[in-house]
Structures are given as structure tokens and as C-alpha cells.
Ligand binder design. Structure first.
Ligand code: ZN
Length: 198
């Protein structure tokens, strides 16, 4: 049975999730929750899932961009989006630092979707590079730097933990259904913006 994923409008998606006490990470309940989140992400399928999306207001997210998801993309798109496979990782109580934010031209603008806004997508500007400090599922401190699509996923998931959705950041004139999105994603983003009057 598919796990229900909370959809936009559900109050849990707008709450700031609680930080998880470090001592709770290794408990059976928490480990079970992480496994459930991984299963729900793969089932959807998605490249990331935050605990609030399954109704749990805790600062945990799981991320995985599998090689088979990239197989549908052209090499040009993969280069443009800077998308490479990302092995499964778990982030708990993350602190995110946006790098290269002084110059707005350094932001990447691409179509993005969300399992909690099922069936839709929009152009969302995001920082191209980020630094993240968090704990992993073994309660170990982790620091990582990410760029390209992985950086976008991290920003999207950390937003969920702060009660934010991409809807709060999107270029609203680009908001469209998933079916309609394939019309736009064939074009360079600059052309999409011109055509949509952005
Ligand atoms: Zn999402």
C-alpha cells in the first residue's frame, strides 16, 4: 500500500518541524521512521522526502537520486542541470548555508516539483551551491558541500523542515501542470521566461 503523502493545504507542511534530540536518533521508533521515509520516497518515486510530508513534524529528510532516474534525461539536460546520481543519505537537524548568494545571477532557475504538490511544477530560483551541517541516521555529525541538482534537492528538503514549499519561492507565472511542464522543459529557460513574460 502506498504511503499517503500530505498535500499542500495540510497544516503540518506549514509548521517548523522540531529538532530531533540526538539521543533519540538511535531509538527503534526513529530508525523505523527513517526506513518508512526511505520506502515512501522510493515508492512515490521522488528524489527527497521530509518527515512533515508523511505527517511527522521532525527535522529529518531522506535524499536519493538514483542512476535509473537520470536515464530518462538527455546528456545535455544532465549537464545543464548539473544532475549526477546521489547515493541515499539522511539529514537530521540540518543547517544550510547558501554559497555564492551575493550575485543573484549565480542562482539556477529550473522547473521543480514536489510530492506534496502532486501533479504540478514551476520554475524555482535556487542557489547553485550550498554547505550543509547535520546529523546522519547514526547520530554522527556530517558536513557536506553540494552543487547543481543535489544542492537544489537539499534546499527543497530543508525548506520543508521550516514549513516552506517551493510555492513560496517559485516564479508564479511558470506554475503549470505536470503534463504541461513537458512543453516548457523542452525549451531553454531563458526562452521559457520570455514566452511567459517573466
Ligand atoms: Zn517537496
Amino acid at each position: 500500500m502506498k504511503t499517503d503523502i500530505c498535500q499542500t493545504g495540510h497544516p503540518v507542511l506549514r509548521q517548523r518541524a522540531l529538532a530531533l534530540p540526538e539521543s533519540e536518533i538511535l531509538t527503534d521508533g526513529c530508525q523505523r521512521l527513517i526506513l518508512d521515509m526511505i520506502a515512501a520516497m522510493r515508492e512515490a518515486p521522488g528524489v527527497g522526502l521530509a518527515a512533515p510530508q508523511i505527517g511527522v513534524s521532525l527535522q529529518i529528510a531522506v535524499i536519493e537520486d538514483r542512476p535509473e532516474y537520470l536515464a530518462r534525461w538527455t546528456p545535455e539536460n544532465l549537464r545543464e542541470f548539473e544532475r549526477v546520481p546521489v547515493p541515499l543519505h539522511v539529514i537530521i537537524n540540518p543547517e544550510l548555508e547558501l554559497l555564492e548568494q551575493e550575485n543573484p545571477d549565480e542562482q539556477a532557475v529550473f522547473f521543480e516539483g514536489c510530492l506534496s504538490v502532486a501533479g504540478f511544477g514551476a520554475l524555482v530560483p535556487r542557489a547553485k551551491r550550498v554547505r550543509l551541517r547535520c546529523l546522519n541516521e547514526r547520530a554522527e555529525p556530517v558536513e557536506l558541500e553540494a552543487s547543481g541538482w543535489h544542492a537544489r534537492i537539499l534546499q527543497h528538503e530543508v525548506d520543508h523542515l521550516h514549513g516552506r514549499l517551493y510555492l513560496d519561492r517559485m516564479l508564479s507565472r511558470s506554475f503549470c501542470t505536470q503534463e504541461q511542464m513537458s512543453y516548457w522543459t523542452e525549451k531553454p529557460v531563458a526562452e521559457v521566461c520570455r514566452e511567459l513574460g517573466i
